[in-house]
Design a protein around this ligand. Sequence first.
Ligand code: BGP
Length: 468
Amino acid sequence: MHQPFFWGGSIAAHQSEGAWNLDGKGPAIMDYVRQGTRDVPRQIDKEIVTNVRYPSHKGIDFYHRYREDIAMFAEMGFTALRISVDWSRIYPHGDDEVVNQPGLEYYHAIIDTLLEYHIEPIITLYHFELPVNLVHSYGSWLNRKVVDLYVRFCQIVMRAFNNKVRYWITFNEMNHLDPMTTQTDIFTYMITGLKYSELSNPIQDLATIGYHMTLASVRVAKIAREINKENQVGCVFGLSPVYPYDCHPDNVMCAFKESERDYYQVDAMCTGRFPEYKLSEYQSHGINVPIEPEDADDFRRGKLDFIGLNYYYSRLQQPQRFADQEERVKNPYIEQSRWGWTIDPVGIRYTMNYIHRRYGLPIMITENGLGALDDVIEGGTIDDGYRIEYLAKHIEQVKKAMVEDFVTCIGYLTWAPIDVISATTGEMRKRYGFIYVDQDDSGAGTLRRQRKASFNWFKDVIKNNGEN
Ligand code: BGP
């Protein structure tokens, strides 16, 4: 298959669409997450209550404005757009007997619009959009039945768009829930709809969830190629280097081990078997992974065709002696964004090298970008030079990885080409786009779209195939 290099961006349904209860959509886990206090992770509700803002309910109204938005992406010269298909639009409760047709029609319309502009649709099948009924009635990914229901949903979607879509992504960032690490409630919730602090046996539960999600991914990859042998299947992981605090061998070892926590699922999906080292680790803690004999075939035949890499920052290993400090120790060589995310372009080259050498698979950069406060200056311009600088430096390192280190990379997609709701904070003011959306954190605003300075800059980058 001829492999083009994709230039474009990534968005997710729950952060952009809005229309949370229109045209038969059921409630999904992110629809229960309300606007929190600034800079603090959002509250998690059990019910939808009135007089409270739920950022996903309105999103940026991509649901109604996708034509205008896609036309602007086309104007920049995008050759790919990664969107997610929200499970709760297709099966409102996750386990319904029949498909919600308006949900399928909506995604047909988006995909058709992309194809009209010769933009390749890249479809994520799970970007934190779990129907809430599957949490309440099944216990989320703790239950193997949810694997079956997810596979059924993916099958319906892959068949429905078989004539139009070749690039499928099974999951977004499932790798952040390593069972051996204490997790935050908000991250656990985003991936599973469950709260970490309420898990009865966190290590066992996260091991079960991690196994089930990995199994779901390999099963879908296997079926994708049965549906169409041209299908290219990836899974997206959030990966970054973990630098040792200093060159003391103990710290180097600790940094290595911390980094490895992100990789057991990548190993499982790329090597064709659930890794022995993880099973041994579980065994030593008395944890049982719910493996069934028939799973082996899914692992063997469900290997990935490419790895999706979400890269934002690098991390610094925290030596034990700083464990009781509230703030993490900072890397003195690297600046940070307002939200404390390090800005480290070399880290993307490092990570690309590492995963390409470890697995030998093509990489697609599926997310990279800078969350920043943007000011609209008098006259209406938005001069986001800081974003241009961030992206230019990262693209330069991607090129080095490809040209000097011989890493196979099939695309560079920014997060997010248009301002969307922030996933981790629920804020609107944490903006990533080339296109400004007029909405504030309270949900007020006209939703008018406006080109930022970075818009024309990225258009030139694409035109010049990465030179800037
Ligand atoms: C990634 C998620 C995205 C996106 C991004 C930026 O982990 O896949 O959904 O939101 O992070 O994070 P935030 O929006 O919190 O700044």
